[in-house]
Design a protein around this ligand. Structure first.
Ligand code: FAD
Ligand code: EPU
Length: 347
């Protein structure tokens, strides 16, 4: 049954817990329902902007949303094909990402265990090519189906069509708000190939006393690491890393390293260096003697265990979080000459 709400608070629909209102709001659990909503909305508000929402875990609302917010609730997980090596599993866009991961882990399928406990829904996983602990969605992505809001047609996207990059895809930029991702198909291994390239995983596996690797043990190690340093959005509002880790040339890296010996960085495949934004943020602050890490102004703050995560302790407005992010961005630029880029989608 289709229902369109007016002036609905989005507070429970975004993990920052920002109390912004949507002018119109509707959820849908099939393409047909989506089409019915769009048709109806076309009559009552012909020119209204459309905004697609998943789990709301990578969004900052800086004010009320003068749009029709379409919350994707398409469910279902299905094996659509298999061969000797792979199983091709399709997930509805509205399936909670971590429950999809747990399903795969239970079946013993390999490929997404390193991505355990990332909030949000499967439909948003290609949006910014979610990644953690040495794995990105592009490594297991087979294809997706998306509905074009203007052409009113369903289109298939291969990995090449998505143009995945570090926290990037065509959907985050050139096709923003044009396509509604309906389902995503992942290519998972029947005989898992384990990826423990990220140092912290090995340390955690050792601590857990794991003798033999399995998708279960890696998933559990990732869950343990994440729970120890990332704030649980149910307790403290946040959207994970607020900024991307910035890349600089080898030369610029060497100059910085000379000045700041403790600087943390990783080599990219193309020879440039990716700097740990958390380190940069921790090593500057609102004044010369303070650090942003653990900083709080009103209910907006910078997490005490992970400086890359901005938090809402309760009733911060989106504007206050945004202003804090701007102050952080400016001070990092001043001290290190490096411009941070926001990872979170600012609306
Ligand atoms: P939303 O926040 O609802 O939407 C994000 C964007 O995608 C919006 O622009 C929205 O319009 C669009 N969108 C959503 N669904 C669709 C759809 N079906 N069709 C078209 N467009 C759509 N991210 C990582 O990559 N790695 C991490 O390790 C990680 N850790 C996190 C930890 C915490 C505690 C939190 C709160 C967030 C973390 N994130 C991480 C960010 C976030 O979980 C991911 O970006 C996630 O994929 C967002 O999914 P969502 O369904 O909540 O998307
Ligand atoms: N660091 C500090 N101080 C801090 C935080 C980090 O010095 O306050 C330094 C430490 O040296 C640490 C290094 O930065 O070793 C890296 O930190 P961490 O392992 O926590 O990872 P990250 O680079 O901060 C990235 C992703 C996360 C992802 C983790 C694990 C980005 C923007 N963030 O964080 O993704 O979970 O790696 O792979 O790439 C997200 O995108 O929302 C997200 C949480």
């Amino acid at each position: 049954m289709m229902q369109i709400h007016e002036n609905l608070s989005l507070r429970q629909y975004n993990t920052f817990g920002i109390d912004a209102k949507a002018r119109l709001f509707a959820d849908f659990s099939s393409l047909q329902q989506l089409q019915e909503i769009l048709q109806y909305a076309h009559h009552v508000a012909p020119r209204i902007t459309r905004m697609i929402l998943g789990g709301g875990s990578n969004i900052l609302f800086t004010g009320d949303v003068n749009a029709l917010v379409l919350k994707n609730e398409i469910r279902g997980i299905e094996v659509i094909r298999e061969d000797d090596t792979f199983v091709y599993v399709q997930s509805g866009a509205g399936v909670n990402w971590h429950s999809f991961v747990l399903h795969c882990v239970q079946q013993g399928w390999g490929g997404v265990e390193n991505l355990s406990l990332i909030p949000g829904n499967a439909g948003a996983s290609p949006m910014q090519n979610i990644g953690a602990y040495g794995v990105e969605i592009k490594d297991v992505f087979e294809e997706l189906e998306a509905y074009h809001l203007h052409d009113k047609a369903v289109r298939k996207f291969s990995a090449a069509d998505c143009a995945f990059g570090y926290r990037e895809s065509v959907f985050k930029r050139i096709y923003k708000e044009q396509f509604v991702i309906l389902n995503v198909t992942y290519r998972l291994r029947k005989q898992p190939v384990f990826n423990t390239s990220y140092g912290a995983i090995n340390q955690e596996l050792e601590k857990m006393g794991v003798q033999e690797l399995s998708v279960q043990s890696i998933s559990q190690a990732v869950i343990n690491i994440r729970s120890s340093k990332l704030p649980d959005p149910k307790v403290i509002g946040n959207a994970g890393s607020f900024f991307k880790n910035p890349s600089v040339s080898k030369d610029q890296y060497q100059q910085l390293k000379q000045q700041f010996h403790e600087l943390v960085a990783y080599a990219n495949a193309d020879g440039t260096m990716k700097l740990a934004a958390g380190w940069l943020i921790e090593h500057c602050g609102p004044s010369a003697t303070e650090s942003w890490k653990g900083y709080r102004k009103g209910d907006a703050g910078c997490h005490a265990k992970q400086a890359l995560v901005l938090v809402n302790y309760g009733t911060a407005s989106g504007k206050e979080i945004y202003d804090l992010s701007e102050a952080i961005l400016q001070s990092v630029k001043e001290k290190f000459g490096v411009e941070l880029e926001r990872e979170v989608n600012v609306v």
